[in-house]
Design a binder for this molecule. Structure first.
Ligand code: NAP
Length: 304
C-alpha cells in the first residue's frame, strides 16, 4: 500500500512525485513509456517561458528538469502498462501482473496528438509524415510540403517549413485560422505558403514515401491532388482518459473535470497537468498543479 500512485511522468507527474517525496509520502510514479518526459519529448523548439529554466528543445529542458531526480526517493516504474484501474478502490493492475494500491491516486496522463484517421496517415509514418517543422525542415529543403490544421501549431510549423521548403500548402477545415493574430499575420506576408480554408485532406498517397495529398474543398466539389514530399499534421490533441472514461466525470472532449483542489469526481483521486486543463496547457501550469496536489494530499494524510 502506497500513500500516492501517480500515473504519468510528464512535467505534472514528475513535479507531483518530487513534491510528494519531499513531503514524506510513500510515492510510486508509473510511466507507460520507456522513459519520462511526456510531451516534452515532442518539443523541438526552444523553451523560454518557464521561469528560471531555458532550453533549446524539450529534450534539453527535460534533462534540466530532472537533473535532481536521483536525489529523490520515490519509486519510478517505466513501461508500466495499466490494464485496469479501479479508481474508487484505488487499485491498479499492470499487464506484468502486479497489483498496486494507494490511499490517493493522481492522474497525470496528459494528451496526445490528434490524428486525421485517413488512408496513408499510419502507412507513411516515418516516410514523409513530418514529425516537426523545427526538427525536420532541412530534410525537406527545396521540396513541396503540406501542413494540416489551423491552430498555433499548424501555422507556426508552416512558417518554419517555408524558410527552407519550395512551397508549403496549409489545409484548414474551418473558414478562419484559429491561430493567434501574430502568427496569422506572419503567415499572410509569407508568399511561399498557400492557404486552403474550408478544405480537408482526405488521403495521403505515394509508393515508398509520400508523393501527394488528396484535398477536398466544399461539398459537391471534386477532390484534387497536390504533389508533396511531406505532410505535417497538427490538428490539436486528445486527452489520455480512455482508462477512466466510466469512472470519472469528463467534459465533452474527454478532459477530466476537477475542482480547485484538482480533485476529480471521486474522493482522493486527483488529476493534474494537461489531462485536466483544456483551456491553458503550459509546462509551468502542469508543474504548478503537481506541486499543489502533493501539498493537498500530504495535508489530508496528516489530518487523517
Ligand atoms: P488547436 O489550437 O486545438 O487547433 C487545432 C486545429 O486543428 C483547429 O484549427 C481545428 O479546426 C483543426 N482540427 C481539429 N480536428 C481536426 C480534424 N479532425 N480535421 C481537420 N482539422 C482539425 O491545436 P494546436 O494548434 O495543436 O495547439 C494546441 C495548444 O498549443 C494551443 O493551446 C496552442 O495555443 C498551443 N501552442 C502554442 C504555440 C505558441 O505559443 N508558439 C505553438 C503551438 C501550440 P477548427 O478551427 O475548425 O476547430
Amino acid at each position: 500500500m502506497h500513500d500516492v500512485i501517480i500515473i504519468g511522468a510528464g512535467p505534472a507527474g514528475l513535479t507531483a512525485a518530487f513534491w510528494c517525496d519531499d513531503l514524506g509520502l510513500d510515492t510510486l510514479l508509473l510511466e507507460r513509456e520507456t522513459d519520462v518526459g511526456g510531451q516534452l519529448k515532442q518539443i523541438y523548439n526552444p523553451i523560454g517561458n518557464y521561469p528560471g529554466l531555458q532550453a533549446s528543445d524539450g529534450k534539453e529542458f527535460l534533462e534540466k528538469f530532472t537533473a535532481h531526480t536521483e536525489a529523490g526517493d520515490f519509486d519510478l516504474w517505466t513501461q508500466a502498462d495499466i490494464v485496469s484501474a479501479d479508481l474508487k478502490a484505488k487499485r491498479i493492475v499492470l499487464r506484468s501482473g502486479e497489483q498496486l494500491q494507494a490511499i490517493a491516486i493522481v492522474v497525470a496522463t496528459g494528451v496526445r496528438r490528434r490524428q486525421l484517421g485517413i488512408p496513408g496517415e499510419a502507412e507513411f509514418m516515418g516516410k514523409g509524415i513530418i514529425e516537426s517543422g523545427a526538427r525536420d525542415r532541412e530534410l525537406y529543403g527545396g521540396k513541396d510540403v503540406c501542413v494540416v490544421g489551423g491552430g498555433d501549431s499548424a501555422v507556426e510549423n508552416a512558417t518554419l517549413l517555408s524558410e527552407l521548403c519550395a512551397t508549403v500548402t496549409l489545409v484548414h477545415r474551418g473558414k478562419k485560422l484559429r491561430a493567434r493574430q501574430e502568427l496569422r499575420e506572419r503567415l499572410q506576408s509569407n508568399h511561399s505558403v498557400t492557404v486552403f480554408t474550408e478544405s480537408v485532406v482526405t488521403r495521403i498517397m505515394g509508393n515508398d514515401r509520400v508523393e501527394a495529398v488528396e484535398v477536398k474543398r466544399r461539398e459537391g466539389l471534386k477532390p484534387f491532388q497536390i504533389a508533396v514530399a511531406g505532410v505535417l499534421i497538427r490538428i490539436g490533441v486528445d486527452p489520455n482518459t480512455e482508462l477512466f472514461r466510466d469512472q470519472l466525470i469528463l467534459d465533452d472532449v474527454g478532459y477530466v473535470t476537477v475542482n480547485h483542489e484538482h480533485e476529480t469526481s471521486l474522493s482522493s483521486v486527483f488529476a493534474i497537468g494537461d489531462v485536466a486543463n483544456p483551456l491553458a496547457p503550459t509546462i509551468s501550469g502542469a508543474a504548478g498543479s503537481g506541486a499543489t496536489v502533493a501539498k493537498i494530499i500530504a495535508a489530508r494524510l496528516t489530518r487523517s
